[in-house]
Design a protein around this ligand. Structure first.
Ligand SMILES: [Mg+2]
Length: 170
């Protein structure tokens, strides 16, 4: 019944999303949420580890992109170092922002995946648009004010999902 909110996979970190893994799924594009998926909300640019990760994706034929609900400055500053394509104020879980990004990238939903820390924005937007969904454990326990109230219900859904698929709650 809650299947539309369930991720295809639930992972402890984006670093588990490797080019090999994506290729096996027939995916060539990985769309990231920024806040609490890649870095905590107060960190403005990618870490060295993330930069190397994005470079490795590209070297292996995977296109990294960003879909963020935040204001333009957030994505612009985060993405400019490596010229990662982005769409800001994406309005996830609505799919308008996702469609805009897919158009910009020239990709079909079936060849893309989204990685995000929130069920009600990232996972739902992915599931709705036919994009493969990875739920990522949040990198920091500290959330922005707009996100914090959604967490208890998300945790409940994660527990149901883990019970159904016999997974460990991260
Ligand atoms: Mg997030």
């Amino acid at each position: 019944m809650l299947d539309f909110l369930y991720p295809k996979e639930y992972l402890p970190s984006v670093f588990e999303i490797t080019p090999e893994k994506l290729k096996k799924l027939g995916i060539n594009t990985i769309i990231f949420d920024i806040d609490n998926t890649l870095v905590p909300y107060w960190i403005k640019v990618p870490t060295r580890e993330l930069e190397n990760y994005f470079i490795n994706l590209r070297e292996n034929g995977i296109v990294p992109a960003v879909l963020s609900n935040s204001r333009e400055e957030r994505s612009k500053v985060f993405c400019r170092g490596l010229s990662i394509p982005y769409v800001y104020r994406a309005g996830k879980p609505l799919i308008g922002g996702m469609m805009k990004l897919l158009e910009k990238l020239g990709k079909k939903p079936s060849e893309c995946a989204i990685a995000g820390d929130q069920i009600f924005t990232d996972v739902w937007a992915g599931n709705r648009s036919g994009v493969y969904s990875f739920l990522i454990k949040q990198v920091s326990p500290k959330d922005e004010l707009v996100t914090a109230p959604k967490r208890p219900l998300e945790r409940l859904i994660v527990r149901h999902y883990c019970k159904k698929y016999n997974k460990e709650v991260l």
